[in-house]
Write a protein that binds this ligand. Sequence first.
Ligand code: SAM
Ligand code: SF4
Ligand code: SF4
Length: 337
Amino acid sequence: MKHGVLDQWQRPLRDLRLSVTDRCNFRCRYCMPAEIFGPDYPFLSSDSILTFEEMERLTAIFVALGVQKVRITGGEPLLRKDLPELVARIHQMDGVEDIAITTNGSMLKHQAQDLVRAGLKRVTVSLDSLNDERFRELNGNRGKVKRVLEGIQAAADAGLKVKINMVVQKGKNEQDILPMAKYFKERQHILRFIEYMDVGNSNGWKMEEVVTKKEILETIHAVMPLKAVDPNYVGEVATRYQYVDDEQEIGIISSVTDSFCANCSRARVSAEGKLYTCLFATNGFDLRECLRSSDDDAVVKQKIFDVWNHRVDRYSDDRANNRARKKSKVEMSHIGG
Ligand code: SAM
Ligand code: SF4
Ligand code: SF4
């Protein structure tokens, strides 16, 4: 490969997930349970997180190593002040083919237009239920369905392509699969169902609480028949389906029951500049020190090259084979999913 880097399983580095904050206004139980992420939780200090200049520089270095797609995430990325400025910096960068944001949508209504003006084309909004009581139960009593739906509408009105992420948990919101499917089918937004994952160390994950891809498919197919669709590209995380009657699309992200490590080309950088080569990694590699101590991009590039080149991660494949070791893992709110 002329430009770029392959890991030990010959996987290229193609996607960058950039976390801009580890803070969030929600306390979703599967991600930041309130009893752990309470008032005394040691969130990152503002001088420890990367500036937009540093993120721009870092992104350009990742692009030189093969990255084509950038997703801005968090914590809740819309909490980061002046986020459209970062979007604009990345949008105008040569080599970036796609830039997207993943957000809980609660602050999207007032930011959608500025984000579009900055060059954003796509947004993914997380929403686990249309039932307010259940939604509040899931998000730690912080967010209302109405606010998120208004955010989704504002994003669509501003011209953004909107996808919805729904994490499905047994005993919590599996009754919301069909209402969500119908609602977003009518509005022609792609809804993606995510199997509940054992990310981080604090959500008390149990396999029995996972609603599997098969169960999700059967639930929808029984009422609104579906057909499988080919992936858009190698390494796409969601398996795609279309409704037979109108060809509106849905996706299922089955990290637990049908893992996709073989094509995983995603690098994650936390807000304080640590590089994680897997969602389930224990440790990150510090890039901030490198960025702040040297003006020479080649030094930073070499460090990223070496880390990716040594990468052997395939946690979900190992979990499926019961080989995953129990060890401390990075929190999802730190690297943004
Ligand atoms: N705060 C933003 C949001 O919620 O969209 C961005 C960060 S959030 C960590 C990114 C995605 O990870 C969300 O769609 C969320 O639902 C998903 N997520 C968090 N914890 C999860 C878990 N344990 N299993 C599956 N998905 C999870
Ligand atoms: Fe916040 Fe997103 Fe995690 Fe929910 S999933 S607590 S909205 S970071
Ligand atoms: Fe990629 Fe790690 Fe997820 Fe496998 S478990 S798909 S290597 S992030």
